[in-house]
Ligand binder design. Structure first.
Ligand code: ZN
Length: 303
């Protein structure tokens, strides 16, 4: 753990100051979900557990890789499906309710922001959906799970380790004989997530850039910004003169570009900021409406 760890109170105050300057775009990573029990690929605690996940080309071209993926995912999926949002997801959703968020960009594929009632761009897709590589149709992951169960009623293997992408580490040889599901069109099914070696869809990237450019700040939470898919938004913010704040444990690739770097427990720090900001409107509005009632749909709150 870093020697720079701040108290949640201190970090919350600094965050509140940053957020009081105007609407922010949120960029979240695996660190947001660790308190929900989903391990982090690249966080300070888990760097030693770096794995070698299936790559897109392997999945598309090699039936053994698909068999391996789906057998592991068959065991790993319920572990992701049943996770619930934590204090961090709830606090970020509350910031949005306060009118302080331009948009939410997440690198996570666990759907936990959506479960907390907070919609946004799922940069890397979501494990809750499955796509067909031939016809492009989407279906719920749970539906595929039922089909896999019916095809493999006796499949059991000793899980060595749970992985954050809904994958499970299995002993080699354990996946032979596992029967995979195909689309009704005959195409191969793939989880609707961006694999290593695959690109984030361009329309998502453009929409996210638009949010960043319309914001008065970019707040990164729980991401080491190791992969370019997230780091590019920090670079775009910097290029536009938009200040960047990073709330993440451990060093990140964005630290040299950040106006504010906070190493503190994210959930309590964000909850503290939400509390400090409650009652003062975005962009310095005075509290004129009833503070407890959310704005009704269609109503344009007075400025
Ligand atoms: Zn299909």
């Amino acid at each position: 753990m870093s020697a720079d760890l701040m108290s949640a109170e201190n970090a919350g105050e600094r965050l509140a100051e940053f957020l009081a300057q105007g609407r922010v775009t949120l960029l979240t990573g695996a660190g947001v979900s660790t308190d929900s029990g989903i391990p982090d690929y690249r966080g300070p605690e888990t760097a030693r557990r770096a794995r070698n996940p299936v790559r897109f080309q392997q999945f598309v071209t090699d039936s053994e890789w698909r068999q391996r993926y789906w057998s592991r995912s068959y065991l790993g999926w319920p572990n992701i499906r049943d996770k619930i949002p934590n204090a961090c997801h709830h606090a970020l959703q509350q910031l949005d309710q306060q009118g302080r968020v331009q948009g939410l960009i997440t690198q996570n594929v666990d759907r936990l922001h959506a479960k907390a009632g907070h919609g946004g761009i799922e940069l890397h897709g979501a494990l809750a959906e499955v796509t067909c590589l031939s016809c492009g149709s989407l279906r719920p992951r749970e539906q595929v799970q039922e089909q896999l169960r019916a095809l493999n009623p006796d499949f059991q293997a000793k899980v060595l380790e749970w992985a954050p992408d809904g994958d499970a580490e299995l002993p080699t040889q354990a996946t032979a004989g596992f029967r995979v599901v195909s689309c009704t069109c005959g195409g191969h099914l793939k989880p609707h997530v961006v694999f290593f070696g695959e690109s984030v869809p361009r329309d998502k990237v453009e929409q996210a850039y638009g949010w960043v450019e319309q914001s008065q700040g970019l707040l990164v939470v729980g991401s080491s910004l190791t992969v370019f898919s997230g780091f590019r938004f920090v670079k775009r913010a910097q290029a536009c003169g938009i200040p960047v704040a990073i709330l993440t444990l451990g060093k990140t690739r964005g630290d040299p570009l950040a106006a504010l770097k906070l190493e503190a427990p994210a959930g309590p720090a964000l909850a503290q900021a939400v509390q400090l900001l409650a009652g003062s409107g975005p962009r310095g509005d005075s509290e004129s409406g009833a503070p407890e009632s959310p704005p009704s749909p269609g109503a344009n709150p007075g400025r």
